[in-house]
Write a protein that binds this ligand. Structure first.
Ligand SMILES: *[C@@H]1O[C@H](CO)[C@@H](O)[C@H](O)[C@H]1NC(C)=O
Ligand SMILES: *[C@@H]1O[C@H](CO)[C@@H](O)[C@H](O)[C@H]1NC(C)=O
Ligand SMILES: *[C@@H]1O[C@H](CO)[C@@H](O)[C@H](O)[C@H]1NC(C)=O
Ligand SMILES: *[C@@H]1O[C@H](CO)[C@@H](O)[C@H](O)[C@H]1NC(C)=O
Ligand SMILES: *[C@@H]1O[C@H](CO)[C@@H](O)[C@H](O)[C@H]1NC(C)=O
Length: 930
């Protein structure tokens, strides 16, 4: 029996499992308060996203007016007036979850590393983690590698937040963040040196403020020492405190950590939470200014959710297929332009023999049109092609949960990549569909059934479809692509049978679903579709009372007519040939999920599995549900695992409500074989039952691979990546294979001898070439397989390459003139008057200014060429707009800011240059003061 959960409505901050897993050291909730790393991060992210949406809306001339505070309503409002229909919040949720997960993992992967937690006075090292991380995030965003950017962002925010809990910053009565932590050009000053005692002894372990009076008076900065394995600490130093810190029992006893809110430290804890939130906002603002509003929102998963990804065979016989692919791209671009269903991104990967790629990725529809128009079929010889290599690039280059379409008429030459492709499918949750035209009379080579089956296997593993049609029929089959290029596609049901047999498949359609389409692939199929009222239609009625049926090649596309479809449907299928069934629609009711494992230690939590779940133990998943008005508009009935291809054995999970739509599901008996996740519940808006299914198939494994990476790679430097492999299966030799999508040279042991139940360590070395551009990322897949091939597992990691940053100096803004300086204070009189400002912008010895953008003010900004050492910026505005702010960003993302406000205080105007105040990015603030 499953618990029936009702989601509570709060701001969409996902409180992950940290809140349930007992005492932790890092900003835990106490009593009614819930100030965790996750809540601090969530508060800051949502506020910054709202501000950015507001700014984008203002700039584009529409109003940003969310209908509620849920993330899905925020996304809808942020996308503006084009988003009139259903918009999915799934990508925003996923982005938040990725950041939260990485934030939490700092407590697992770097539990004993002082710099990651600003413990033990490791200030310089801690700050270096933050500033190097920020540089990597900016470099990744410039290369549109948003996932890598999010992962680093989660970790960096953890370290930044820990500063306020683990140091004495708030004890020194600071209420604003320490700006120097995100400004490597500014020194960290007044640090207590190694020999300076900082704390008084606190026998009870909980004293309100044990910092020594002279430390407070001299405003010296210190932090608590933390010892998980040892109680050693320098003489007189403060401890972190708490049971897991062995140093807290050495004099001076106690601790200064403000992670927990206790009766003795309420004020300090609250102060630390407030400053940590403000500091997180400053860091996000810096990233936002460097990235620009649009890319900042894209990093946060706020974009139209449809992405169009094509992988196209360009060998000699493919010209018809290429023409059709081009026609589909043009049709989608032209018909969806300006709507919420317009793709936000286009991906194109050509392949041939022996070449493949490059991956073309663009947000510009005209660029996509021109790139696909350039494709021509040219003969690569009469051999099979590098299909899977092309697909690998698309899977790693496309955002997670993309739909990828492969056009080919030949078998894959690079079939040895199949396991890697399956691992990438599982890891990205993207769906891959194939348009195979090889069976037509115009094919140039025999098509081996086994190879077409390889494509079928991959399609099935991903929840996509393998469509086999003649080249003539292809134009009729590509409607499938139009169906999926929508902003809110969901899967209601998917099943496969091999061999086929007669079977009835029931499914529930809820009121929120639109454009419901059923797809059946297979040959020699008859079926009967029955609606909730008992009306039926079979395969011969192309245009019946329930649906219109289109048949082409091995595909049947059944489009339901009725708007009144709510209720229990069924479809009976009869065939002795293999077939697949898929029911999809458009709806904002959706879910995202990750298989997770709990981790212990002083800071327990949950981590996303980086591979298949372990066999022989319960499986856990973290699930977020999205409704039309946020998670509170749904109630969840059941979450279960079901085999797509096997008997209808459903194993239900027990659910724990983690708050705000997040549910931890534990399934004790996991199906043997490939399974998917099914969610059933009730939509409270329409009071109708719904069901949704995940597309990616998963299965358990006895093998486990552990791999952790924190830092980025540097061009030409060999990067050593330790990993360890364990099996619960039989001891013996396991083959190891690793691939990366950029062909960076790697070395690693080809096999490891494993002993049951024991981790065996190994190292992989990867060396990005000298020419690698900063911000490039590569996806690394490692697989371990038993010699007989009976068991295997994989781990997928994203590594980013960042050139060592030496330029930490932001551009400088020097005011030259403001003319005239007498705008009327009374805005009703402002119309006829103008004012002008002129400033010099320089980047000193830095990398040079790359962009200058106006952020506040309604006037016009112009500037001299950016290549000169001194750039003159001129601003001209009506007196009706009396504030100007513009930012200059240099080539590595350091942000300088110019701000000017006309002051109407009495007296003759004068200029003062003031130093940065609490705002993180101020380089120079010019304020006219009397
Ligand atoms: C259904 O899809 C068609 C195009 O395939 C589109 O014109 C129509 O607007 C869609 N309906 C809804 C309700 O989204
Ligand atoms: C394997 O690596 C882990 C983690 O890095 C380490 O704790 C362990 O001691 C290593 N084992 C061996 C046998 O080297
Ligand atoms: C601004 O730059 C110009 C050269 O472009 C220079 O002559 C002038 O002195 C500079 N003014 C200030 C205030 O830096
Ligand atoms: C530029 O570099 C030189 C030599 O490294 C140094 O003396 C000078 O102070 C630097 N100037 C700035 C503006 O950073
Ligand atoms: C400033 O803008 C106003 C209105 O566009 C224009 O009339 C005026 O000539 C401009 N002044 C300068 C110096 O460009």
């Amino acid at each position: 029996m499953c618990a029936r959960l009702t989601m509570t409505s709060l701001l969409g901050i996902a409180l992950l499992a940290w809140t349930l897993s007992g005492p932790t050291v890092a900003f835990v909730p106490i009593g009614g308060g819930a100030s965790t790393h996750i809540s601090i991060t969530g508060t800051a992210l949502l506020q910054k996203v709202k501000e950015t949406c507001q700014a984008v809306a203002e700039a584009s001339g529409y109003e940003f007016k969310p209908t509620g505070s849920s993330p899905e309503e925020l996304v809808q409002a942020c996308l503006g007036p084009t988003a009139t229909g259903d918009v999915s919040g799934a990508k925003f949720y996923s982005a938040l979850q990725e950041i939260y997960m990485q934030n939490g993992l700092v407590d697992r992967d770097f539990v004993n590393s002082a710099p990651h937690h600003f413990s033990s006075e490791a200030f310089l090292e801690g700050r270096s983690l933050i500033t190097q991380g920020m540089a990597a995030i900016k470099a990744n965003i410039r290369k549109e590698n948003f996932q890598a950017a999010r992962e680093t962002l989660g970790r960096v925010l953890h370290t930044l937040q820990d500063f306020y809990s683990h140091s004495n910053w708030v004890e020194l009565d600071n209420t604003e963040p320490y700006i120097n932590l995100i400004r490597p050009d500014l020194p960290l000053e007044n640090l207590a040196d190694k020999d300076t005692a900082t704390c008084s002894d606190c026998a009870s372990g909980t004293c309100p403020n044990p910092i020594l009076p002279n430390i407070l008076k001299e405003k010296k900065l210190t932090s608590g020492y933390m010892g998980i394995f040892s109680s050693d600490k320098p003489k007189g130093k403060c401890s972190h405190g708490g049971a897991s810190d062995l140093t807290s029992t050495a004099v001076p006893r106690g601790g200064i950590s403000k992670d927990e809110r206790r009766s003795d430290n309420v004020a300090l804890h609250n102060a630390a939470v407030n400053v940590a939130t403000a500091a997180s906002l400053e860091l996000l603002q810096d990233i936002r200014l460097a990235a620009g509003d649009n890319d900042f929102l894209r990093m946060m998963g706020i974009a139209r959710s449809s992405v169009l990804s094509f992988v196209i065979d360009t060998t000699g016989s493919m010209s018809d297929d290429i023409d059709e692919a081009r026609a589909v791209v043009y049709e989608i671009i032209d018909s969806k332009k300006g709507t919420q269903d317009e793709p936000s991104e286009y991906i194109l990967v050509p392949f041939n023999d022996p070449s493949f790629g490059p991956l073309i990725r663009t947000t510009d529809p005209n660029k996509m049109k021109s790139e696909i128009s350039k494709l021509t079929a040219n003969d690569g010889g009469d051999t099979p092609e590098m299909c899977l290599s092309g697909l690998q690039l698309a899977l790693t280059g496309a955002p997670a949960s993309s739909h990828i379409y492969v056009f080919t008429d030949a078998i894959a030459k690079d079939i040895d990549l199949k396991d890697t492709i399956v691992a990438l499918i599982r890891s990205t949750k993207s769906t891959v569909s194939f348009f195979m035209t090889g069976a037509s009379s115009r094919r140039r080579r025999s098509l081996r059934a086994a190879s077409f089956n390889d494509y079928k296997d991959l399609a099935l593993a991903s929840g996509g479809q393998a469509i086999q049609v003649s080249k003539k029929q292809l134009p009729q089959a590509t409607d499938v692509i139009l169906d999926t290029s929508t902003s809110a596609l969901v899967t209601v049901l998917q099943r496969a049978r091999n061999p086929g047999k007669q079977e009835t498949f029931p499914f529930t359609l809820d009121q929120s679903l639109k454009n419901i389409t059923i797809y059946i692939t297979g040959t020699s199929i008859t079926f009967t579709l029955t609606n909730p009222d008992g009306m039926t239609q079979n395969q011969d009625q192309a245009s019946g009372q329930l649906a219109t049926i289109q048949t082409v090649g091995n595909l049947r596309r059944i489009r339901l007519n009725s708007e009144k479809h709510t209720g229990a449907w069924k479809i009976q299928i009869n065939s002795n040939q293999p077939y697949t069934l898929k029911v999809t629609g458009q709806s904002t009711i959706a879910f995202i999920y990750n298989f997770v494992e709990s981790f212990k230690g002083p800071h327990p939590g949950y981590a996303v599995l980086n591979g298949r779940p372990q066999a022989g133990q319960p499986a856990s998943l973290m699930l977020s549900v999205m409704g039309r008005k946020g998670p509170s508009s749904l109630s969840i009935g059941e979450v279960s695992l079901v085999m797509v291809s096997g008997p209808e054995a459903v194993t239900s999970g027990t659910m724990t409500d983690m708050g705000n739509g997040d549910i931890l599901v534990t399934v004790n008996t996991v199906p043997e074989g490939e399974f998917v996740v099914i969610l059933k519940g009730t939509d409270k808006v329409s009071n109708s039952h719904f069901q949704r299914q995940s597309t990616t198939q998963m299965s358990v494994s006895k093998v486990n691979i552990q791999m952790v990476v924190d830092s980025s790679l540097e061009p030409e430097k060999a990067f050593k990546l330790p990993f360890s492999v364990m099996t619960q299966g039989s001891s013996g030799s396991y083959s190891i294979s690793a691939r990366n999508d950029r062909n960076f040279p790697m070395s690693y042991p080809n096999s490891l001898t494993l002993t049951t139940g024991e981790y065996t360590n190994a190292t992989l070395t990867i060396t990005p070439p000298d020419s690698t551009q900063s911000g490039t990322d590569t996806t690394l897949t490692i697989e371990a397989k038993s010699t007989k091939g009976a068991d295997s597992n994989y781990a997928v990691l994203r590594l980013s390459v960042v050139t060592k940053i030496t330029d930490f100096t932001p551009p400088l803004c020097n005011l030259v003139t403001v003319l005239p300086d007498d705008c009327p204070a009374d805005l009703s009189q402002c119309k006829p008057f103008h004012w002008q400002l002129s400033a010099n912008l320089t980047d000193g010895n830095g990398t040079g200014i790359e962009s200058i953008t106006l952020r506040q003010g309604e006037g016009t900004l112009s500037y001299t060429p950016l290549s000169a050492p001194i750039i003159q910026a001129d601003y001209n505005s009506s007196c009706c707009s009396q504030v100007v702010e513009f930012v200059a960003v240099d080539k590595v993302g350091n942000v300088g800011r110019c701000y000017y406000e006309i002051d109407h205080s009495a007296g003759p105007p004068a200029l003062t240059l003031s130093l940065p105040l609490w705002l993180c990015l101020l380089v120079s603030v010019f304020i006219v003061r009397p």
